[in-house]
Design a protein. Sequence first.
Lengths: 147, 55
Amino acid sequence: MNSFKKLNNVSILLLALMVSCSAPPENGEKANNNSAQRTGAATSEPSVAQSGTPTATSNNANPSTAQPPVAQPAPAQPASKPANDSAKPDTKAASDSAAAKERAPRLFVPDKKLDFGKQPQDKNLARTFPIKNVGSADLLIESVTPS
Amino acid sequence: MDFPKVLRPGQAGSIKVKVETGKAPGPHVKSVTIKTNDPNDPSVMVQFAFDVKEK
């Protein structure tokens, strides 16, 4: 009887063990499984998840790389082109006029007011005053008339 | 009046003028106008001042 009771006890224990093993998993086990799945997903990016900080950098890097390039202001060439086109004749004319001015004669009279001093009446005075062409072209003296 | 017709660039010249003092005593100012092909100043005036003394 005692041995039979012992056997019954042992069988009961075995049954309890079997029941415990076959029971569905509890909540804690579920979280563990989810974490395992996450780690598993992370393991798809193994180097990134395990290191920790690289994830942040990589995440930051990815958005940075993923960011579209910053739109730069359009160059002003199209706007300048018509201006250049319209300004071409003006510039040419300006350059021509500048060139003309550069190659022009220029009269230089050092003394434009001469003082003869005290003179007697009815006397003819003759004086010469200097002039010079300081320009870059021939100076033509058309006339010298009393005013 | 004697004056050169053409002056080359950098060339110097002179203009000779003759002025009559007249009979009227006192200060006088006479002027001549030089006309050239200078685009900046095509007409230049030169003045001659003198003081006529009574005899």
